[in-house]
Write a protein that binds this ligand. Structure first.
Ligand code: CP3
Length: 335
């Protein structure tokens, strides 16, 4: 069994596996080089050969413990017929939502459109021997937010805009959940050994809505794959002390924590779950002294319990690749 799976499934705490969210991305010159020649981001995510190459870039450079497949959570809206574009400086922009078209998209049509992603997982698997291969999806709530809001929600985002769509929202949420399950199933069939579920906008939900939009749908997904023995890492970002309720309701094998939650509180309160991440990605823009102190803080707090080193969100584009080398060495040297 590879190191990341071993830590999560067997709760092995003798080795701290390390990988980074957004480890393949704009902070790497070799990624920027490919990106410059491939302006259409979705098309890039569907180019098996390039997806394989980009996925392996951080593995070759840093020898991390896991390769996360280069793709995007917005491949789900795209595969359901809603257009997705990435505009420089603006982030993702989705086209108008035609709910009938989405609902009518057949499972095999969706899978056929994602075939290059599955082929890329197989191709990565052939080369990345001894490494876990992470497949991923967005959680139903986060995908619903993008499909209805058509861009990343900003601070002035009003949850009522989405709740007004209650009727269509419920139908849509079910379709999204089914599609997420097909996407996970096919990533596992193609060789993914770990799945991560990103609920990047869980923190927008008022407490009274968490059960319906976050816990329940995520539980159903996690539970569906329990028998496969594939570890599932959940990342309900920004829910504060509700991490505790989340873990009792969803029972994930591993939970990624964000940088707003106190890791000491997590260590004291979360039981029977492996923990991943936490360090604020902004710390990686600071001096090595500060970085060392912060990295060691997480290592000390979680020593003796199953912990996967990672960040509390993705690597920022301003990060120097040498900093990733530095952090990886710190974690590996830790005994
Ligand atoms: O982690 C990895 O290395 C795997 C690849 C990966 C990407 N997106 C590639 C990407 C993963 C796991 C994602 C997940 C994702 N995508 C999330 C969940 C995690 C999170 O960040 O909260 C979300 C919300 C998205 C949607 C998305 N995709 C946004 C908001 C953006 C624009 C913001 C940004 O950082 O540019 C993207 C684009 C995107 N996805 C890039 C990459 C490398 C940048 C594309 C570019 O080169 O312009």
């Amino acid at each position: 069994m590879n190191k990341l799976s071993d830590c999560i499934i067997n709760k092995n705490s003798s080795y701290i596996p390390i990988w980074f969210m957004r480890q393949a991305g704009r902070y790497l010159p070799e990624f920027r080089e490919i990106r410059k020649q491939n302006q259409d981001f979705i098309k890039l995510c569907l180019d098996t050969k390039l997806v394989k190459e980009i996925t392996l870039q951080p593995i070759k450079r840093f020898d991390l413990d896991a390769a996360i497949i280069f793709s995007d959570i917005l491949m789900i809206p795209y595969g359901l017929g809603q257009s997705v574009e990435f505009i420089k400086g603006e982030g993702p922009v989705l086209g108008n939502l035609n709910i009938d078209k989405v609902i009518k998209t057949k499972k095999n049509e969706f899978i056929a459109s994602m075939q290059p992603v599955y082929n890329a997982i197989q191709a990565v698997k052939e080369e990345a021997t001894g490494k876990d291969i992470i497949g991923f999806v967005g959680a139903p709530w986060t995908i619903l937010v993008y499909m209805l809001n058509k861009k990343s929600p900003k601070k002035d985002f009003d949850i009522k805009n989405i709740m007004n769509e209650q009727h269509s929202g419920d139908k849509l949420l079910k379709k999204i959940e089914e599609t997420i399950c097909s996407h996970i199933e096919n990533q596992i069939k193609s060789g993914a050994t770990v799945i991560q579920i990103f609920d990047s906008w869980a923190g927008l939900l008022p407490d009274s809505y968490l059960k319906k939009y976050c816990y329940d749908p995520t539980y159903r997904i996690v539970n569906k794959f329990k028998s496969s023995k594939i570890p599932i890492i959940c990342f309900p970002k920004g829910i504060g002390k509700n991490y505790l309720d989340f873990c009792s309701a969803v029972k994930p094998s591993c939970v990624n924590i964000d940088y707003d939650i106190d890791p000491m509180w997590i260590k004291k309160n979360l039981k029977n779950v492996s923990v991943q991440g936490g360090l604020d990605p902004k710390i990686l823009l600071k001096d090595y002294e500060v970085i060392e102190k912060e990295v060691k803080k997480y290592l000390e707090i979680f020593s003796g319990s199953p912990y996967v080193f990672n960040l509390g969100h993705g690597v920022l584009p301003e990060t120097k690749p040498e900093t990733i080398t530095y952090v990886t060495e710190l974690v590996r040297r830790n005994k």
